[in-house]
Design a protein around this ligand. Sequence first.
Ligand SMILES: [Fe+2]
Ligand SMILES: [Fe+2]
Length: 204
Amino acid sequence: MEELLSEHTRNILGLKLPTDPRWVNLAEMQLEEVLTDHAYCEQKAATTCISLIQKNPDKQLLVEELAPIVTEEWGHFRMVLAELKKRNLQLGKQRKDVYVNKLLEFQAKGGSRDAAFLDQMLTMALIEARSCERFKRLSEGLDDAYMRSFYRKFMESEAGHYTLFITLAEHYLDKKMVRQRWAEWLAYEKGVMNSIELRGDRVH
Ligand SMILES: [Fe+2]
Ligand SMILES: [Fe+2]
């Protein structure tokens, strides 16, 4: 696992803009908001996987691989809910997800089914990669040892998800095309990260 993780970590550092180190300190002060936001991120990950299965019933490998991810993401949602309850905190309202909305704007529209599929997979890969990077920051930078190990578990899972979406895209489409588009997505995401305010009350 260690070896796998360092490999993933290298890949994640392929993100073009590392998170500002001050983010951990901001997040530490607003843990209730971060946990609420995190809960909704996990929920959205589960529902997006369900919708990918619904849109692609002809892609057998995708259906087989994403079915257990739905369970895993829902399990993550429940873990975060349990953590909120333990702290006598409430699941707050879902906020507008500026980061994800900006990524959705970059998805190809009106093109081929393959192009749309590719962008859906790469959007998911990016959200997983960035979440993983943020969880890594929390797992290394929080003062509370319990919370550091709490986030480390999420970091490990999301690292696996990030690579799965890329692998699935490469299974169904030309690898070179996937790599080229992935590079465009990474450049775009850097711009998104630069354009949005650094806030400690959300995962991204
Ligand atoms: Fe998750
Ligand atoms: Fe995930």
